[in-house]
Design a protein around this ligand. Sequence first.
Ligand code: GUN
Length: 283
Amino acid sequence: MTTILDGKKTANALMSELSATVQSMIARGVTPGLAVVLVGDDPASAIYVRNKQRRAESLGIRSVKHVLPASTTQATLLQIIAELNLDPAIDGILVQLPLPAQIDAQAVIAAIAPDKDVDGFHPVNMGRLWTRQPGVVASTPLGIMALLNHYGISVAGQHAVIVGRSNIVGRPLAGLLLNQDATVTITHSKTANLFALTRQADLLVAALGQAEFITAEAVKPGAVVIDVGMDRNDSGKLVGDVAFDQVAPLASAITPVPGGVGPMTIAALMMQTVTLAKRRLNE
Ligand code: GUN
């Protein structure tokens, strides 16, 4: 029997615990504050931002949204970040990616105060992760770890193979898995004989952004399969990076799309916002 790793249910369970934490913080005078900055009108980004805001509001987190036109200059964006860095009511700053071409995303990320970098994308936080120091960690990888933990899946000693080397998912996830004693292989679009590697995975993570790329021949029977993809297939249906119907029967556990990693990403973002806000409680 394949276990369906239900991200929606797990996120809801984690969020009801977090809601109690937020209420008790508010009672002690600290309302966690999250600033979300959206530049341009990418429809997928607008949906992600809306979902993040809804979840924040449902928890009692104060969510402030800055929507800027696609023509925004880097200087304007850096000015907004400088103000948010100084705003004592803001605990977490999230600049939704991707940014328009005229803006250097790395420069923007580096301008966020590391201790308000709720996405964990700042080089200081990436460095903390890779040197096993406490810090903020990217939401999608953290959400994946929380989902595995919720289902009692231990990665220690397991061979984790990640397909995709992005700063947002592949790289930070590798750090988290390594810190929990997995043996980690990061693969990518230039990897030779990719499926020979993915077939060795006890834990296979697909984060490459290609609809249904991971087919049955890519998977070892009994593997745990995590699908980070959110793609449209040729008929316009929302699918993941994993061909779910053929892979699910082989896997011991698998995330669905939608309802797998997506809700966990948002839950992790909320947990990180609350963690950052806790510093304002003088305890
Ligand atoms: N774009 C896609 N995923 C993310 C994310 O986790 N954070 C931000 N800021 N932008 C994204």
